[in-house]
Design a binder for this molecule. Structure first.
Ligand SMILES: [Zn+2]
Ligand SMILES: [Zn+2]
Length: 731
């Protein structure tokens, strides 16, 4: 039955025709699967055993097989081929009875390991190990001050020796320890949540062979077939309880040769990974990192793309690349044709978000070298125009996939869409380019759905910020003599210290002393933080004006750099302006007719906005695209055309914005599948609002939907714009 397609079977029927006491586990999201039963309907408790060996427990319900979907078909697999429930490998010990009344705090520890050596041709390689507290809210986790440096492993140093104190701390924390937190005794239990490392080290840490000899994946047994569309991941995955047995077989081998042979057969190393001393599922808690995967995949695709371009193609590409309307908050990207090698990971990911648009504007059939075009035509059996379309669509799929991968929260629909796009991406890349066949980076995307299920989102385990922290040290290393690297500036932490430090600060670890130390160290590298969340861009203009806030969620509203009304092209003496301003006042409960006619315009505004209990410093300037929640309509987009203050009848100064709206015309671009919007300059909709209606600044990115009249400049009579659905914040 296992090989049969079970599509037509109702799961309950399967049960009734086989055995009374056998049940099946369903490893698939089913609409009808989520049944919430009322407690009064519960008759009794039943024990169900998942049978992982040949002994069947009689007189009780048992599960021997799992029903799952692979490549659109229902299949059955042995219940052994699944991850264990955490309670099967990780036992929580309760505090000693005398501590029973204490508050219990449970903490996840994430560990990140990266090697410096692979970065430059430095003969002195150095590894950095960092830890983070996994249950900290995402907003806080991305701050530098919440990353703790466990230490650096010098060249030739042994990871096992280095990590030993950490393991010792963790063993103690797994059992639980007493800590005084803000004057209150608490029982602290901590466990390992996940380990992230790039490919070779990641395999080392999980006891799986590195991927040179046979392309070993740390999560499954895929080899040359790593990117096959029909790959049945669940049935070939590594499972902790199975590799345990395999390790046992390796260790009981009589000769060294036999031992190596068995290890090779299983694709495992000949010793247990060091983290096995802790409670964990080595294959489930070592997720592939999306930051590395996506940056790697995008670089590969960029390289392939650039080598395919003819001289004309290169010229066209560079022309569009130069004039492209990038999101304002990005720093300038290096030239992708001449400087691709120096692209940082975040640059590659960013370029990936705009490549579909740049290619859509620049790529024509003459842009590819003849032999490359012939090769593609033979490979995908399409005409030349269709080849160009396929390339642009492929970039759009890759970009959409990255955007979904980096979503900071995922609904069930998002997960389904993510899974669908990951599949589409594998198909598109493998179909077009031989270089993607069997590529470990592309294969890793097979495991992302599982990581979503385990960790909630993929950004939860992503190393974006960790990579930033690491890069800072990386940049420091080449300038120092390896033998006496001056890391005395740095404060190292043990796991226990890190927890203590954070908990001493209560829920707001921002007041911690070490954050100051960190910032001092990072001052030298402030150029790295330009355009990064941790630095606030400061306008040097002294003329700033504080105004009142009509909302308690907005504080410290400052207006900067005055501009004359004439330069704004806004008619303030019109009826519609007066009406809209009165309506804006009405929106915060101010109903009298306005006496004062003067409006003072500015180029910039800054303010502090409270978002989910976190303070966010915001900057607003003319031409920014903002998101506004509109009643009965939801998220809407507008371009800031004016920022001004106006004095109310009782003498208070209030800040307002004057906007042009993007109108959704419910149509998608045929190649890029991004929605088309029309920018409305007319007075159809109200244009003036209190500044405090703004939900977010630059959360979305709009790109001109160019026509043939866009030559050196965009033809602005064409008011069609595309919402860049590939746009997201890398960290
Ligand atoms: Zn795999
Ligand atoms: Zn245009």
């Amino acid at each position: 039955m296992a090989n049969e397609d079970l599509d037509e079977y109702d799961q309950y029927n399967v049960r009734s025709i086989t055995s009374e006491s056998q049940l099946w586990l369903i490893d698939q999201h089913l609409e009808e699967g989520s049944i919430i039963a009322n407690t009064y309907k519960i008759i009794k408790k039943v024990d169900i055993t998942i049978v992982r060996d040949s002994t069947i427990i009689t007189n009780s319900l048992f599960i021997k097989e799992i029903l799952y979907k692979n490549n659109g078909h229902w299949k059955l697999r042995d219940a052994t081929l699944d991850y264990m429930h955490p309670c099967e490998y990780s036992a929580l010990s309760s505090p000693p009875s005398s501590y029973n009344n204490f508050r219990i705090l449970k903490i996840f520890i994430d560990i990140y390991y990266d090697d410096f050596g692979t970065y430059r041709n430095t003969y002195h390689s150095l590894g950095g190990v960092y830890i983070q507290l996994g249950n900290m809210p995402f907003e806080m986790r991305k701050h530098l001050r919440n990353h703790f440096v466990l230490g650096f492993i010098p060249f030739g140093g042994c990871f096992k020796d280095f990590i030993h104190p950490f393991i010792k701390d963790m063993k103690q924390l797994e059992k639980g320890i007493l800590m005084n937190i803000q004057g209150r005794d608490c029982w602290i239990i901590a466990g390992l949540e996940c380990i992230t490392a790039d490919l070779p080290q990641g395999n080392d840490l999980t006891g799986v062979k590195r991927h040179n000899a046979i392309r070993g994946c740390r999560t499954c047994l895929a080899k040359e077939n790593a990117t096959d569309i029909t790959l049945d991941i669940a049935s070939i995955s590594h499972y902790h309880h199975i590799t345990n047995i395999q390790f046992k077989n390796i260790f009981t081998a009589l000769t060294l040769e036999e031992r190596n042979n068995i290890a090779k057969e299983y694709g495992l190393q000949t010793s247990l990974p060091i983290f096995d001393q802790l409670q964990w599922e080595r294959h489930l808690q070592s997720p592939q990192d999306i930051y590395h995967i996506i940056a790697g995949k995008t670089l590969k695709l960029l390289k392939l793309m650039i080598t395919m371009l003819s001289p004309e193609g290169e010229r066209n590409f560079i022309r569009e690349w130069k004039s492209f309307e990038y999101p304002k908050q990005w720093s300038k990207l290096p030239n992708p044709i001449s400087h691709l090698e120096s692209f940082m990971m975040s640059d590659r990911i960013r370029l990936g978000m705009v490549m579909p648009f740049i290619l859509n504007r620049s790529l024509t059939i003459n842009c590819l070298k003849q032999q490359e075009m012939d090769k593609l035509q033979r490979r995908i059996k399409l005409n030349r125009n269709q080849v160009i379309n396929a390339i642009i669509k492929c970039w759009a799929i890759v970009a959409k996939c990255s955007q979904l991968t980096f979503k900071i929260s995922l609904t069930i629909d998002d997960r389904i869409e993510l899974e669908r796009y990951l599949k589409k991406e594998r198909e598109a890349l493998v179909e077009l380019f031989d270089d993607f066949v069997g590529l470990p980076n592309l294969h890793a995307s097979y495991h992302l759905s599982r990581h979503v299920r385990t960790f909630g989102t993929l950004v939860n385990t992503a190393v974006g910020t960790k990579e930033m922290v690491h890069r800072i040290f990386k940049n420091k290393v080449p300038h120092t003599n390896c033998k006496n690297i001056e890391f005395d500036l740095l404060k190292y932490y043990t796991t226990l210290q890190a927890i203590r430090h954070l908990s001493d600060g209560g829920i707001d670890p921002r007041n911690l002393q070490h954050s100051v130390e960190f910032m001092n160290l990072f001052q030298d590298f402030s150029h790295l933080f330009k355009d990064w969340f941790i630095m606030e861009s400061s306008e040097t203009d002294n003329k700033e004006f504080k105004v009142c806030s009509p909302s308690s969620y907005f504080r410290n509203i400052m207006l900067r750099k005055p501009v004359s009304v004439r330069n704004t092209n806004i008619g303030i003496d019109t009826v519609s302006f007066r009406t809209d301003l009165a309506l804006a006042y009405e929106s915060f409960g101010y109903n009298s007719s306005l006496i004062n006619k003067t409006c003072n315009f500015y180029e910039y505004a800054s303010y502090i906005q409270d978002v989910h209990n976190a303070e966010v410093q915001c900057h607003l300037s003319i031409d920014d695209v903002v998101t506004i929640q509109v009643a009965d309509y939801g998220e809407s987009y507008a371009v800031i055309k004016g920022i001004f203050k106006h004095k109310s009848n009782d003498g208070y100064l209030y800040p307002f914005i004057y906007v042009d709206w993007f109108e959704d015309i419910c149509k998608n671009h045929n190649r890029l599948e991004c929605p088309i919007f029309v920018l409305r300059h007319d007075d159809t909709y109200c244009k003036i609002f209190p500044l405090t209606v703004i939900e977010k600044v630059q959360k979305v990115h709009f790109v001109h939907d160019c026509n043939s009249r866009c030559k050196d400049n965009h033809n602005l009579e064409n008011k069609h714009y595309l919402r860049n659905d590939f746009f997201f914040k890398v960290i």
